[in-house]
Design a protein around this ligand. Structure first.
Ligand code: ATP
Length: 366
């Protein structure tokens, strides 16, 4: 991996060592820029409010413009995130090694005294959440675009789970973590929360819990068990949200307080699954067969038992191979038993979930 220094920033030698060690593992070599704080300050007009793109659980994100005209996004990690230099460097190395058309690309990093920043390629259409759940913007997402987004996310996850050499579980997959380029192609973001798995390990208990309410699988929400099937569950929720234009952490159905998963399963079981479709996608280009198959695949992904869920590779196969017979999805039990009464979030697992995009996380050193 080639590191280029922009602007003469003072980098601790361990940073160089850590990054350079990655040269030995046979990964594709590419450039990772070290940005000076000065260059970032200029690019963001001194971190002006106009350049602020938003704020996530790890701090604010700013838009910047480099002298050559390139646009960038700067994630300014809050000092209170508990992230030390080592964790930061792990994240940098991890992300920089991941290269796939459906993953956001890390261009470099900046270290200023106690403060760490990640520099990404800029995504002009921001994220999926902004379009999907906005009554005026959702029209921009026709079915063809939505299907392309679904397929892209699935491909990105297959890469993370299977082909990236490291087995990576994202753990916080959700609509706001799907960034969109100028052509509305999806790029999965936020790998700061991902965890590297040893090749032989398939799942583990972890005391570092990060995730978002509505997207967390039962075994993760209740027992902190993480595996690639945790992401499959979140992908299933995302798929149902993309098809329906509805959020999973809301209640649907007038008589019973069903969440999106329960509602989708009920409709599917009654042979009325197409009632789930967001009416805004119903035009001539919309293949109802394709939509129906997506709902079916989504329901297979959100099954309570991790072992019942397909792998992301299977998901890609199911989405692309129309003749493949799909098994019936099992009825969701977990949500009926635990969430049907509006249990206050604080009573479920206050330290490990988020509501309305505010993620609350327990961060302990690795
Ligand atoms: N590379 C990027 N290009 C354009 N916008 C971005 C980029 N990265 C992040 N953003 C935007 O910045 C905002 C904050 O993003 P961030 O990933 O920090 O938080 P989040 O995903 O909204 O929340 P959480 O931290 O809970 O996952 C979001 O609106 C996101 O769309």
């Amino acid at each position: 991996m080639l590191i280029q220094e922009l602007g003469g920033n003072a980098i601790p030698s361990t940073v160089h060592d850590n990054v350079n060690n990655q040269n030995n593992d046979g990964q594709t070599s590419h450039e990772l820029h070290v940005f000076s704080f000065e260059s970032i300050t200029i690019a963001t007009s001194n971190f002006s409010t106009e350049n602020k793109l938003g704020e996530g659980g790890f701090g604010p994100v700013y838009k910047g413009k480099l002298p050559d005209g390139r646009e960038i996004a700067i994630k300014r990690l809050s000092k209170s995130s508990g992230q030390g230099l080592l964790e930061f460097m792990n994240e940098v190395i991890l992300i920089a090694k991941l290269q796939h058309t459906n993953l956001i690309r890390l261009l470099g990093f900046c270290i200023q005294e106690e403060e760490n920043m990640l520099i990404y390629e800029y995504m002009p259409n921001k994220n999926l959440d902004i379009f999907l759940f906005d009554p005026t913007k959702k029209y921009i997402l026709n079915w063809k675009t939505r299907f392309n987004i679904i397929e892209g996310i699935a491909q990105g996850l297959v890469y993370l789970h299977k082909y990236s050499r490291l087995r990576i579980v994202h753990r916080d997959l959700k609509a706001s973590n799907i960034l969109l380029d100028e052509e509305m192609n999806p790029k999965i973001s936020d790998f700061g929360l991902a965890r590297i798995f040893g090749l032989k390990e398939s799942e583990e208990n972890t005391n570092k819990v990060v995730g978002t309410y509505g997207y967390m699988s039962p075994e993760y929400a209740m027992n902190d068990v993480v595996s690639i099937k945790t992401d499959v569950f979140s992908f299933g929720v995302l798929l149902l949200e993309i098809v329906s234009g509805k959020k999973n952490n809301s209640r649907y159905h007038s008589d019973h307080p069903l969440n999106l998963i329960e509602y989708a399963w009920k409709l599917w079981n009654e042979g009325k699954d197409l009632e789930l479709i967001d009416p805004t996608i119903l035009d001539d280009s919309c293949s109802l067969y394709e939509v129906s198959r997506c709902i079916h695949v989504g329901l297979l992904c959100v099954q309570d038992q991790a072992t019942d869920r397909p792998t992301m590779l299977n998901v890609v196969f199911m989405l692309s191979n129309e003749t493949l017979q799909l098994s019936p999805p099992k009825q969701p039990v977990f949500f009926i038993n635990t969430f049907v009464e509006e249990i206050p979030i604080s009573e479920i697992k206050p330290e490990s979930c988020s509501v309305n995009n505010v993620t609350v996380s327990v961060m302990t050193p690795r």
